[in-house]
Design a protein around this ligand. Structure first.
Ligand code: SF4
Length: 454
């Protein structure tokens, strides 16, 4: 299904659409306030963009430097060319250690690789420990936002879900109560799990260490209790030096949620005594993007989610309407790399207002990339309905008489056939819009009367 088809399910619930829009706009406003509190914000953005640009220009060197330093720190480094290889590596690590239960903190890369269903099909119990992730896992849904995975759900829905799965009080929907229920439930898993998996926010080539940012401390609880820590990392997460971290950490939390810093910013430089760390470096199409000038900058992304919070289309259509792991403007840029035909509607799910580009902390030209995808898709005739409409428009515009007749019909329809147009021909468009009043005369007839003779 295309984005408009999936979005129609979401917007059928007007109330949900309203508060989804309002809630995300609130997050966007918090981001603005946090950004304005830093006098050199624009300088930080520029610096972050340049550091990432430089890193990408020497990605192979920095990855090798990172591997060398990580290995000398006692970290086992694995390389995965694609999602399948990543999943197989993780499974092998778990099997070799007889692991039956894995606690996971939030990792969009493992969502991209569909790790959970793979491990479950191999008999491993996987428990997502980020609260939002656990909610969508219990609901058997995909995350609808990369930072707030369950943002599409009402607290009453979460209350029902917890009542059915975790035995909380029927009808309870107080967020503090529900959070406490989740905490008690997850604590048992933390104590019994044999391994913990985390994502990676930043990996430092110079030190061979990496950083994981969370607000709930779930990553730390998992990796400090289990003897085996597996970290899954996209190869673009590398930065050259430890001192670069300050630039990105100042930008990340402010852009994501309007916080000065994530509550837990944990640095891992090697395993503690008696434990081990395995880090899986994943390509999965990233090298291809690195080789494409117009899309390379998308690899600068630090996954803050700000482009989603500000996007008028995402806010009003919900994350699931994108049908891919990452929604919003970023997802619409990334998904066609995976399958241009299946995701051909996503680059069109944008007003091209440029708000995503304006808020992006690493200055990715998101709306420019969406526009570039549109051109590619049109050129390949994937979006044949758009092409057909444009061809028809071109045909009419090239014939003045036909254009005049079409204008006359259009004005007549607005004046006398408004219900037919709004509730019939353009039903889905007209459901939440009003047609403008038809002008008394066309510009052409006004011009002929007022200007031509003078
Ligand atoms: S593209 Fe930019 S704004 Fe969007 S998630 Fe990535 S870093 Fe954040």
């Amino acid at each position: 299904m295309s984005h408009p088809q999936k979005a129609s399910d979401f917007i059928a619930d007007h109330e949900r659409t309203e508060w989804h829009d309002e809630t995300l706009w609130l997050v966007r406003q918090k981001r603005d306030k946090a950004a304005h509190s830093v006098p050199d914000w624009e300088l930080l953005r520029e610096q972050a963009s340049q550091i990432k640009g430089h890193t990408l220009s020497r990605l192979d060197d920095y990855l090798k430097e990172f591997e060398q330093n990580a290995v000398s720190n006692g970290i086992h480094v694995h390389w995965a060319a694609d999602a399948d290889e990543h999943n197989r590596i993780v499974l092998q690590i778990l099997r070799d250690r007889g692991v039956r239960q894995l606690v996971k903190s939030k990792s969009m890369l493992t969502e991209e690789c569909h790790l959970n269903p793979f491990l479950i099909s191999e008999g491993i119990e996987v428990i997502d420990t980020d609260l939002g992730e656990r909610i969508v896992q219990l609901a058997d849904e995909a995350p609808s936002h990369i930072v707030m995975p369950a943002i599409h759900m009402r607290k009453e829905e979460v209350g029902d879900l917890f009542h059915n799965h975790l035995g909380s009080e029927a009808g309870a929907s107080d967020p503090a109560y529900l959070t406490n229920v989740a905490r008690q439930h997850l604590r048992k898993s933390f104590l019994t799990a044999d391994a913990a998996l985390t994502g990676v926010n930043f990996a430092v080539a110079e030190t061979g260490g990496f950083v994981v940012c969370t607000n709930e401390g779930n990553a730390d609880l998992g990796v400090h209790l289990a003897p085996t820590h597996i970290a899954s990392m996209g190869i673009e997460k590398i930065i050259p030096r430890a001192e670069d971290l300050g630039v990105f950490l100042r930008l990340l939390a402010r852009s994501a949620t309007g916080q000065d810093l994530t509550v837990y910013t944990s640095h891992f430089h090697g395993p503690r005594e008696g434990a081990e760390i395995h880090l899986v470096l994943v390509d999965n199409g990233r090298s291809d993007r690195l080789g494409q000038d117009e899309f390379r900058d998308s690899l600068k992304c630090i996954r803050c989610g700000a482009c989603m919070n500000t996007c008028p289309v995402y806010r009003r259509s919900g994350g699931h309407s994108y049908g891919w792991t990452v929604p919003g403007p970023l997802g619409s840029v990334l998904a066609p790399h995976v399958d241009m035909e299946s995701f051909s509607s996503l680059p069109f799910a944008s007003t091209l207002c440029g708000s995503c580009t304006d808020v992006c902390p690493v200055k990715i030209d998101l709306h420019g990339q969406l526009y570039a995808w549109r051109q590619k898709i049109i050129a390949k005739h994937v979006a044949s309905d758009h092409l057909l409409a444009m061809r028809f428009l071109g045909f009419v515009l090239a014939r003045p008489l036909m254009y005049r007749v079409a204008g006359w019909i259009g004005r007549w329809m607005i004046r006398y056939g408004r219900p037919v147009v709004q509730r019939g021909l353009l039903k889905s468009w007209g459901a939440s819009r009003d047609l403008p009043d038809a002008p008394a005369q066309s510009f052409r007839s006004w011009y002929l009367k007022n200007r031509k003779t003078s």
